[in-house]
Design a binder for this molecule. Structure first.
Ligand code: NAP
Ligand code: MG
Length: 497
């Protein structure tokens, strides 16, 4: 690779285990079948580690353990201050092991170490610390019902939560799911993505070290249709939270009906990022780049449809293309890298397929447009940051989620055209607006049907602010106090006075 990076010895030993076991009922166990699978370093295509391959039998053991921990264990019953203390300890442990976790994440997923170290890991710690703060602040109501009665509400955990997460932010997605679930007193069966199982397993060790009791969090590594499907079907699991593709989200929605699980879905997107001619152009160029190339474009809310007012279109597209071509691509573990490889050979093929589709549809790649096979990168899954012009909003590259470093630049005439085209998508996860006109910013932010709208910024996140989809981008809001609704249910208690 030509990159001499000193790995944390803890990372070396973590990946060296013959088989990384999964966490069930507080024990590190191999799969019932004895099978295991490989996870690959996408910068090199080499095997990084072997991991236990859980399936329905392992999910059953995990679900039973989580059920026992919920029905009879301490976690939902402990004093809130004690549960809070455990989650704060977990946040501290994540920070103490920040370098190790960032390296592990980068090796498994491919993302630039600058991003795992500055975004994923600190945001994961933040998430646990924030939800720790909610533990003793979730109150019920007293209701002014018939005066012959006293009616009040109790806010109770949902029970056993199945959580299925994707590979684009493996540790952070685990934190977004586990933080609120645990704060509310639930127990969990978590399935990380097969491409990136390692950081969730390391997090499992830290959870135990922080004092999360056995069975409260079970981490079952394995494949979607087998391990994931078993979670969705399991009768002892009360709720499923899923982040991933819209296609799988729909299947989960259908399957979960049999056991009437509560479901929350955070799915795909094809988010419009709208630049008006009156915008701060330099800032908008930077925002357009960050909006689409952050995390190699493997971001559900990426601003992949870059709408630019016609009078600014050519100049703007050129500026974005120049900056994209100048981005430093390489192995994520290299601290200089700005854009890493895609997560897997499969994802490389998918994204490369869309590059061909775009060209066949008549779009022009004014930057990138191909795999990056520069010396040292040939065996990794690198795609050049790509900027397409000559795109119409009805082309496949403007309608389908590519999930790679590919942006489609599309011109618009005026405000209403921008809103019409922006909303002309099955998705509704996020949107961006760039303008110096405050009234226009407000109008467009209201008119866009998306769960998040960024004005003169893009991809800004904080654990305090809600995130989730409109339309086929899913439903339910993660983060902030909104997420507590997904992990609690309300009991109404009547007492005769
Ligand atoms: P995916 O299949 O939706 O995977 C997401 C998670 O769901 C993984 O843990 C996966 O397990 C699991 N899963 C897959 N099939 C399942 C099933 N039938 N029942 C239960 N769980 C199941 O996503 P992908 O195939 O990795 O990526 C395909 C496309 O999805 C991407 O190109 C992108 O467009 C989109 N995507 C979106 C997001 C997002 O954040 N919204 C994240 C990732 C991908 P395994 O990985 O072990 O199979
Ligand atoms: Mg991997």
């Amino acid at each position: 690779m030509g990159v001499a990076v000193r790995l944390d010895p803890a990372v070396e030993s973590f990946v060296a285990a013959p088989v990384r076991r999964m966490l069930i009922d507080g024990q590190w166990v191999e799969s019932a079948s004895g099978r295991s699978f490989e996870t690959v370093n996408p910068a090199t295509g080499e095997v990084l580690a072997r991991v236990a391959e859980g399936d329905a039998e392992d999910v059953d053991r995990a679900a039973r353990a989580a059920r026992r921990a919920f029905d009879r264990g301490d976690w939902p019953r402990m004093a809130p201050r004690d549960r809070e203390r455990v989650l704060v300890r977990l946040a501290d442990l994540i920070e103490r092991h920040a370098t190790e976790l960032a390296q592990l994440e980068t090796l498994d997923n491919g993302k630039a170490i600058a991003e795992s170290a500055n975004v994923d890991v600190p945001a994961a710690a933040d998430t646990f610390r924030y939800y720790a703060g909610w533990v003793n602040k979730m109150t019920g109501d007293t209701i002014p019902a018939d005066p012959a009665f006293f009616n009040f509400t109790l806010r109770e955990p949902v029970g056993v939560c199945g959580q299925i997460i994707p590979w684009n932010f493996p540790l952070l997605m685990a934190a977004w799911k586990l933080g609120p679930a645990l704060a509310c007193g639930n127990t969990v069966v978590l399935k990380p993505a097969e491409q990136t199982p390692l950081s969730a397993l390391r997090l499992g060790e830290l959870l135990l070290e922080a004092g999360v009791p056995p069975g409260v969090v079970n981490v079952v590594t394995g494949f979607g249709p087998t391990a994931g499907g078993a979670i969705v079907r399991h009768p002892l699991i009360d709720k499923v939270a899923f982040t991933g593709s819209t296609e799988v989200g729909k299947e989960i929605h259908r399957t979960s009906a049999d056991t009437l699980k509560r479901v929350s879905l955070e799915l795909g997107g094809k988010s419009p990022n709208i630049v008006f001619a009156d915008a701060d152009v330099e800032g908008a160029v930077r925002g357009a780049l960050a909006g689409v190339f952050f995390n190699q474009g493997e971001v559900c809310c990426a601003g992949t449809r870059l709408f630019v007012e016609a009078t600014l279109h050519d100049q703007f597209a050129e500026a974005v293309a120049t900056a994209a071509s100048g981005m430093k691509q390489g192995p994520g573990i290299d601290p200089e890298t700005q854009i890493g490889p895609l997560v897997s050979a499969e994802q490389l093929e998918r994204v490369a397929g869309y590059l061909d589709i775009g060209k066949r549809e008549g779009a022009t790649a004014i930057a990138g447009g191909a795999r990056n096979t520069a010396p040292g990168l040939e065996r990794g899954y690198f795609v050049q940051p790509t900027v397409f012009t000559g795109v119409r909003n009805d082309m496949r590259i403007a309608r389908e989620e590519i999930f790679g470093p590919v942006v489609a630049v599309i011109p618009f005439r005026d405000e209403s055209d921008a809103v019409l085209q922006g909303n002309d998508t099955l998705y509704g996860l996020a949107a961006g607006v760039w303008t110096r006109d405050v009234s226009k910013a407000h109008r467009v932010a209201r008119a866009l049907r998306a769960g998040t709208v960024w004005v003169n910024c893009y991809n800004v996140f904080d654990v305090t602010a809600p995130f989730g989809g409109y339309k086929e981008s899913g439903y339910g809001r993660e983060l902030g106090r909104y997420c507590l609704d997904l992990y609690t249910q309300t009991k109404s208690v009547w007492m005769r006075i």
